[in-house]
Design a binder for this molecule. Structure first.
Ligand code: NAG
Ligand code: NAG
Ligand code: NAG
Ligand code: NAG
Ligand code: NAG
Ligand code: NAG
Length: 438
């Protein structure tokens, strides 16, 4: 109906107001009885502007609301950061095309993995009342409808649209970079230009000036979506992954909430989502690119929705001796040049070995950092000779020299594409001058 309105809006100028509704509908080719005047919109008066919204009268924080009808009995999932020791009943209140709904009860699903922290990720599930075209939702601690106008409304994302779901996916590959914090200032993010990644989502708490420039320039092209993540304004986030080691309110600057938010944010848009850190590259070893890798894997394993990729460390202290890819023009750029590190550690398989994930977002319900907590499809561990993560970082296995490591020059196969792409990105960000400044 909205579409008809806009295509016929010129009629507004010619028709006397009393015949407006009748004539308009006829002229649009569909006959409706004259409509009663619509009641004035009373909501939403204020919508949440930030990704982290404190919920009044509780110690919880709301992140984002998504339409999700995959679990029977629920329509909506609100991703939240939930204080475990203060669970109280909560009620959903909807804004239905400008009108308040009745409230509906919620079911709170705390994610099973929380690494000992008091604040955990939780999905607040509820049902949308019948005859409500919900555009926004808010939560209350009481079932009675509060007609206050000052509540903050969350827009409901992933609203159902008609048409072939598969066809309208805008992207094949989205990379979710869970968190930037602590003034991190390495520009290795540009290496994502390596593969056929269509889109990168980054949650930004803070970053250093060089990375900031680089990201600003990427986000202007639409390739990068930067989600502000000011968690340090609300909680005292932990710098570590385990409460007993690092203390703090919430795991790793809220990484678990951002990973889940990113999966849902990408659900209607991307065929696959890659969940990895900024300095990790998911590298196919038998295919030229991710498209061809995933087409093969998915054909071999049609029911799989979660692909686990092994992490492999390339110690940043061990350099390739010929200096073939030591590029002096990059000397002034903070961070390191991953092309100079071609020696790979054997993972210690007697210990826990971490994976990172490639998921089909529509088959996933809850994710953690190294695994999926709830999914609709099955999981497959991708053999390392098919695909592994290249992670240039400090050694995990102590001081080893090149002889004790595996030479692995897979990244070099991409140098013709990688170097100009990185140059271009650095130039655009003003981090590399094509000519010396006067
Ligand atoms: C909800 O939206 C649909 C389609 O836009 C419309 O047909 C229906 O009348 C709306 N219902 C209400 C209660 O507004
Ligand atoms: C909490 O209450 C204050 C004061 O009434 C109001 O301004 C704010 O919008 C409320 N927040 C939410 C999330 O509803
Ligand atoms: C995604 O992959 C399919 C087939 O693998 C291809 O036809 C399509 O063009 C790709 N879409 C984008 C946005 O790259
Ligand atoms: C990241 O967040 C910090 C702190 O709010 C801000 O100063 C910086 O400009 C942000 N960077 C980007 C690229 O959005
Ligand atoms: C990916 O690799 C396949 C085969 O290796 C090739 O045919 C295809 O053109 C490549 N796609 C892109 C986007 O580079
Ligand atoms: C960033 O690069 C510096 C070297 O310039 C290194 O010491 C640091 O560990 C790197 N940080 C990350 C998160 O990779």
């Amino acid at each position: 109906r909205k579409g008809n309105f806009s295509s016929c809006s010129f009629l507004l100028w010619f028709l006397p107001s009393f015949s407006f509704s009748m004539s308009l509908d006829i002229s649009c080719g569909v006959l409706f009885p004259p409509r009663l005047p619509e009641p004035p919109k009373i909501c939403p008066v204020r919508t949440a502007e930030h990704t982290i919204t404190p919920l009044n009268n509780t110690d919880h924080f709301l992140v984002s609301a998504f339409m999700d009808q995959r679990v029977k009995g629920f329509d909506l999932r609100i991703i939240s950061i939930f204080k475990t020791n203060s669970a109280k009943p909560l009620y959903c209140l909807f804004c239905c095309a400008g009108q308040l709904s009745n409230t509906t009860p919620t079911n709170i699903l705390q994610h099973a993995e929380n690494f000992g922290f008091l604040f955990v990720t939780a999905d607040i599930m509820c049902q949308i009342p019948q005859n409500c075209n919900a555009t926004h939702v808010t939560l209350q601690t009481k079932p009675e409808r509060v007609k206050a106008l000052d509540q903050l409304w969350l827009p409901i994302r992933n609203q159902k649209t008609t048409g072939n779901e598969e066809k309208k996916l805008q992207f094949n590959f989205t990379v979710c970079i869970s968190n930037l914090f602590g003034g991190i200032n390495n520009v290795s993010a540009s290496h994502h230009t390596l593969h056929s990644v269509d889109r990168v989502v980054i949650y930004n708490t803070s970053c250093g000036p060089e990375l900031d420039l680089l990201f600003q320039s990427y986000s202007r092209t639409g390739f990068l979506e930067i989600v502000p993540w000011p968690i340090d304004l609300f909680l005292s986030p932990s710098w570590g992954w385990l409460y007993s080691l690092s203390g703090g309110d919430v795991h790793y600057f809220g990484q678990l909430a951002t990973l889940n938010e990113c999966v849902y944010r990408s659900m209607d848009r991307s065929r696959y989502v890659l969940l990895n850190d900024i300095d990790e590259i998911i590298m196919p070893y038998q295919h030229n690119n991710l498209t061809s890798l995933m087409n093969t894997l998915q054909q071999q394993h049609p029911k799989v929705g979660v692909f686990l990729i092994e992490n492999h460390v390339f110690p940043k202290t061990v350099f390739e001796p010929s200096k073939r890819f030591h590029l002096p023009k990059w000397d002034e750029v903070p961070g390191f040049n991953i092309l100079e590190h071609i020696y790979r550690e054997d993972p210690d398989r007697t210990k826990y070995h971490p994976y990172k994930l490639i998921v089909q977002p529509r088959l996933v319900e809850q994710v953690s950092v190294h695994d999926v907590l709830k999914a609709f499809g099955t999981t497959y561990i991708v053999p390392p000779d098919v695909c592994r993560i290249i992670h240039v970082r400090g050694s995990l296995r102590g001081k080893l020299d090149a002889k004790e490591l595996n030479e692995d020059t897979r990244l070099w196969d991409f140098h013709e594409k990688l170097i100009p792409n990185v140059d271009k990105a650095l130039e655009r960000a003003g981090l590399l001058r094509s000519e010396p400044a006067l």
